[in-house]
Write a protein that binds this ligand. Sequence first.
Ligand code: A3P
Length: 295
Amino acid sequence: ALSTELGKQTQLSEVAGILLQTATVGNWSHIQSFEAKPDDLLICTYPKSGTTWIQEIVDMIEQNGDVEKCQRALIQHRHPFIEWARPPQPSGVEKAKAMPSPRILRTHLPTRLLPPSFWENNCKFLYVARNAKDCMVSYYHFQRMNQMLPDAGTWEEYFESFINGKVAWGSWFDHVKGWWEIKDRYQVLFLFFEDIKRDPKHEIQKVMQFMGKSLNETVIDRIVQETSFEKMKENPMINRSTIPKSILDQSISPFMRKGTVGDWKNHFTVAQNERFDEIYRKKMEGTSINFCMEL
Ligand code: A3P
């Protein structure tokens, strides 16, 4: 239900126990009946796991490394966000419908909330996962600066919300497990934020192959350079500098914040870290997934 906390509108509601933006829930039947096409590529991430980064990489590959073509629109408008709704603006579903094929779309939805036609059409899924601790830190700072999301509260309070999945798009654990479990049954390229950071060229080449593209060495090197944190932070088509302060207050925390692996060490207390590791073990029991926590 819609509620107001500490003066900030907390526009979240639940679908099947998962918190989503209230406007998204209001548009839910349209989202669920979304008609995917067999040649759709869907970029899938849990929030704060490198969505913007992989979007820019994918777009640079799609545009054959043409920097100017990648400047054609703000990054958030280049790939329709399936569950996005903010009336009277056109919804993500409407934007996707209007897009010519082959389409590149994006979502933060967990597997069990994905519109079924994506599975029925055996679409390509590009999933990027980020280690839970850095993801939590990044989400905390994002929630502090994003006026469309509930108050983050203190770091201690946020820690509880995150481990209990009481944040927009639900539990990190369920999200990552869900996508990891289906990866061998569908066309999924499963990438890790930490791998892209460590060896961007190698990961970019994997994305290129997955997209069925072939680009020469010079172009690939240019994509590596253009998608570095430093370059992307300065890029007005990416850094959200055109979004009003009443929505994203970058004086609280910049959208392109740090872009590193291991910033969790500057936030987690020893006690929190031990507790987190214990919870992680229980929640991720039986999964073969392995995360890198520092470079
Ligand atoms: P931090 O808050 O840790 O800096 P999303 O796009 O899914 O919202 O993810 C945002 C996170 O990805 C932020 O993490 C942001 O800095 C990081 N990021 C974005 N572009 C990046 C890049 N080119 N290199 C490294 N990290 C990047």
